[in-house]
Design a protein around this ligand. Structure first.
Ligand SMILES: [Zn+2]
Length: 58
């Protein structure tokens, strides 16, 4: 099994509590804020939708 190379890490800021968190760009599951549990990323048909402020893409 090969590791995907088009993966990106994205730094986002939670719009609710302003927590900054680094997430996986092609997350296939919902990613929640570690502080307040607000949903930051959720999958929509293969792509991940980011519902937070993107600060940086690595
Ligand atoms: Zn939060």
């Amino acid at each position: 099994m090969k590791t995907q190379t088009n993966s990106k890490f994205i730094k986002v800021r939670c719009p609710k509590c302003k927590n900054e968190q680094t997430i996986f760009g092609n997350a296939s599951t919902t990613v929640s804020c570690l502080v307040c549990s607000r949903e930051l990323v959720y999958p929509t048909g293969g792509k991940s939708k980011i519902s937070a402020r993107v600060l940086e893409i690595f």
